[in-house]
Write a protein that binds this ligand. Structure first.
Ligand SMILES: [Zn+2]
Length: 593
């Protein structure tokens, strides 16, 4: 059958920018924040009973839900057309109003501080507040880092210009133009277009795309700008550690927000680093297939193995996804049907539409998925991946808003799990050649989402440590540090196109600018999913138990939640058995070669 492939936003939100309801909702943000502040400013610190906390939570979650609706709508609209200036303008106006509103609500953190650690922790044990337990525990844990209201106010106001460093990176790199010779003609391309040539079957084009990227990123002006933007962000992070008295571990702030213990994160990083030889085996096998064992270069790392013939229409692809879900579980199947039938998947690429793919969900609302489906086997995996997120968001609806969102370390579970289910099916459908290509891409993905993310984080950790202890780093220093981390992973099998001091790769990674150390959550999520997948396959975890883990949302710390199902994320066994799965796939790939 053929499916509806566009979002039906007017069904869920507003009829357009001029919908009077949208204007009204935006106009309400500040007054309702004022009313909320007025209601609780005096009474909050005098709370005695769990019933009062319950009422506060109910009020607060309803209020924040209503407040956020316009920004969700504007975000979805701008995703459909990033070039719509009216939408962009309205989005920034609303963002400014939110910043004003958040200043009005600074008192909440102060009153929690006033109430104090012991009392909040006691409330977290009260059965009447059981649904909010994890939020109360995290609130209690965060108290010691909250400064006075005046200090927080200054930081909040200052955070806007400081936030510019991050958007300066986007704006600057977004303005870059890249020149490439294609079929004898010089073309001007965007970064996404140039990058896509890194996967081109023709080696000369892959090389040209690398050189085109370097030609722009490696100019002295850009290196100076990007280097200073990055060290400014690192210095700001470092000053936050000092101001708020976080532990001297430069990653502590991130670990706290992801609800991960420091020693668990350290173990994740070191276990993955120990497995880097698997990546080398993969590259060597690939060099053999491509017959370039002598001079396997940095631009061959992304090479495809051949030309995959298989193309899907969106309907075929979605049917394939549905058949996989049907075999697995009725909830997964039904929600996938609902998503497509009710206009919550925007499937096809269009000029101006946001690139890549995402799923978006929040408490009390249905999920939305955006795709840029082009008919490749990869795109079918992406459907299952994003629908996995959508279903996760649906299952955790049983949680209350403050504990609805799972920490990032758990957020990639259902998505990767669904992709793995699809992989099994694909294996039975495609030819041996096509499967080899599929495995090549799958492994590439795994190395990108586990190994390379760890490499980013170990680079960040080194830079942050040096700057936090008072060293000054130039862009050349950053380049050299980047090469050291790269070489840990490549171990001499890859030829580089330039010297270490010109290695500007770090400056192309938006995450390290926007959310320091965020990348390890992807590595963790992937390894965790291998463990869960195996447990479901061998029957030691029932499907309902797996769904219960998804239903838990953010209601429990990952270590406790997973511990209840026999997964000990603080043991090295957990990581080695996940990495053993990668090894099995590498072995399979080597045999195909
Ligand atoms: Zn994802």
């Amino acid at each position: 059958m053929s499916y509806q492939t566009t979002w039906n936003l007017s069904r869920y939100f507003y009829t357009g920018l001029d919908d009077p309801k949208l204007v009204l909702d935006i106009g309400n943000i500040l007054p309702s924040s004022q009313a909320f502040a007025q209601k609780y400013q005096e009474t909050f610190p005098k709370f005695e009973t769990p019933e009062q906390i319950l009422e506060f939570y109910a009020d607060y979650t309803q209020f924040s839900h209503d407040l956020a609706t316009p920004s969700y709508y504007l975000f979805y609209r701008s995703s459909l057309d990033t070039q719509d200036l009216e939408v962009t303008k309205r989005m920034w106006e609303v963002d400014y109003i939110y910043n004003e509103a958040s200043n009005l609500l600074l008192f909440i953190a102060q009153w929690w501080k006033e109430i104090g650690y012991e009392r909040i922790l006691a409330w977290s044990e009260d059965p009447k507040l059981a649904l909010y337990k994890n939020d109360l525990v995290s609130t209690a844990d965060s108290l010691k880092y909250i400064l006075s209201e005046k200090e927080e106010y200054v930081l909040n106001i200052k955070s806007r210009p400081l936030g510019l460093a991050g958007s300066l990176h986007d704006e600057l790199t977004g303005s870059y133009e890249f020149r490439m010779q294609i079929d004898g003609v010089e073309k001007i391309l965007t970064e996404e277009e140039v990058r896509s040539y890194r996967q081109h079957p023709e080696r000369t084009l892959r090389e040209a795309s690398y050189l085109a990227l370097r030609d722009v990123y490696n100019t002295k002006q850009n290196q100076i700008s990007l280097g200073n933007i990055y060290t400014t962000i690192v210095k700001d992070w470092s000053s936050e550690i000092k101001m708020r008295n976080y532990s001297e571990n430069v990653m502590a702030q991130r670990n706290l927000s992801e609800e991960m213990d420091d020693e668990v994160v350290d173990m994740l990083l070191s276990e993955v680093e120990k497995a880097y030889p698997l990546y080398v085996r993969f590259l060597k096998a690939k060099a053999k297939i491509l017959c370039i064992e002598k001079d396997f270069s940095i631009w061959d790392v992304w090479a495809p193995l051949g030309k995959s013939e298989k193309e899907f229409t969106f309907s075929e692809a979605y049917d394939l996804h549905l058949s996989v879900m049907k075999d697995f579980d009725t909830d997964f199947y039904n929600y996938s049907i609902e998503m497509i039938e009710e206009g919550r998947i925007d499937a096809l690429p269009r000029p101006g539409k946001r690139g890549w793919a995402f799923a978006s969900y929040r408490k009390g609302e249905p999920s939305f998925v955006l795709l840029n489906f082009t008919g490749k086997l990869r795109d079918v995996s992406t459907i299952s991946h994003e629908l996995g997120h959508a279903i996760h968001g649906h299952l955790s609806q049983i949680q209350e808003a403050p504990v609805y969102d799972s920490p990032l370390s758990l957020a990639e579970t259902a998505s990767i799990f669904s992709e793995m289910l699809l992989g099994e099916k694909v294996k039975s459908l495609v030819s041996k050649e096509e499967y080899k290509e599929y495995l090549n891409e799958r492994l590439w993905d795994i190395f990108a989402t586990i190994f390379r993310q760890v490499q980013y984080v170990t680079f960040e950790r080194e830079v942050h440590n040096q700057i936090h202890s008072g060293s000054e780093l130039t862009y050349k220093d950053l380049n050299r540090l980047w090469r050291i981390e790269q070489e840990k992973m490549n171990q001499g099998v890859v030829l580089y196109d330039r010297e270490a001091e010109d290695e500007s790769g770090w400056s192309m990674i938006p995450h390290i600018f926007h959310t320091p150390f965020y990348c390890y959550a992807y590595a963790f999520g992937n390894l965790l999913t291998f463990a869960l997948y195996n447990k479901v396959q061998d029957g030691s975890l029932s499907k309902e138990q797996y769904k219960d883990i998804l239903r838990a949302g953010g209601s429990e710390r990952p270590r406790d939640l997973l511990g209840r199902y026999g997964i000990d994320i603080a043991s090295s066994d957990f990581y080695t058995s996940g990495l053993r799965e990668v090894e099995k796939m590498v072995e399979e790939f080597e045999v195909l070669v």
